[in-house]
Design a protein around this ligand. Structure first.
Ligand SMILES: C[S@@+](CC[C@H](N)C(=O)[O-])C[C@H]1O[C@@H](n2cnc3c(N)ncnc32)[C@H](O)[C@@H]1O
Length: 216
């Protein structure tokens, strides 16, 4: 399915802070529309300020399903003060730590998509450990260390239904192209090597795989 996101959704996407270029966002949206046909929730790891979430939410609305997005909202390693991807505006001055939840809520409100999203504030492996519903799509865009990317894959891929889509962001096969490490590339390779996933498409650093067998 290739229907474009609604104009107000695209405007909210463009306005939101975040790390997803438009071509990858449209590929994510298209994958979410396809996955939405399974009638199961679409899950994102790595909400940040909601840039990618609004695209999943738009597809969820069109498909009559719910988008779930998980983040502790304290930022990844490379987003902390002193690192390349730090944005001082994301720091809560009262507690002195990053808090991207307020910006995320504003993004979702602007897009008019609040009722299509369940936002879970917590650590991805902890949430995955108590999760019990099959998913139509898992979008992995959380922490980019091997520890975090592996935990996201091992925590969420088992919940992906047969025919569901595993979407991985920041897959950089060439180390010269990457800025935040190659852990996403390694879980992409692991998914393919498992025999449980088949690659469907690629756009920039975004990879879309379909669950075609059991296991991880
Ligand atoms: C690259 S950003 C997500 C970008 C977002 N998808 C977008 O399109 O702009 C990664 C996010 O993952 C979150 N994160 C990192 N490790 C996490 C973990 N173990 N559990 C939950 N969230 C985590 C960070 O707080 C951060 O907001």
């Amino acid at each position: 399915m290739t229907a474009a996101p609604a104009p107000d959704v695209l405007a909210a996407f463009e306005e939101a802070k975040g790390f997803m270029p438009l071509d990858e966002g449209l590929a994510l949206h298209g994958a979410a529309l396809t996955a939405g046909r399974l009638g199961l929730p679409l899950l994102e790891v790595g909400t940040y300020c909601g840039r990618s979430t609004v695209l999943l939410a738009d597809a969820a609305r069109a498909s009559g399903v719910t988008a779930v997005t998980v983040d502790h909202h304290r930022g990844s390693e490379e987003q902390q003060p002193g690192w390349d991807y730090h944005d001082p505006e994301t720091v809560d001055p009262e507690v002195g730590l990053m808090d991207t939840l307020p910006a995320f809520r504003r993004t979702l409100y602007r897009a008019g998509l609040e009722e299509h999203v369940v936002a879970v504030v917590g650590r991805s492996p902890q949430v995955a450990g108590i999760w019990g519903t099959p998913l139509g799509l898992v979008f992995v865009d959380g922490g980019h260390t091997d520890e975090h990317a592996t935990a996201d894959y091992e925590g969420w891929a088992p919940h992906l239904a047969e025919g569901g889509l595993l979407v991985i962001h920041d897959v950089f096969p060439d180390p010269a192209d990457e800025f935040t490490g190659q852990a996403p590339y390694r879980i992409y390779l692991r998914a393919l090597a498992s025999g449980a996933f088949t690659e469907v498409s690629a756009a920039g650093s975004l990879r879309v795989l379909r669950r075609t067998g059991a296991g991880v």
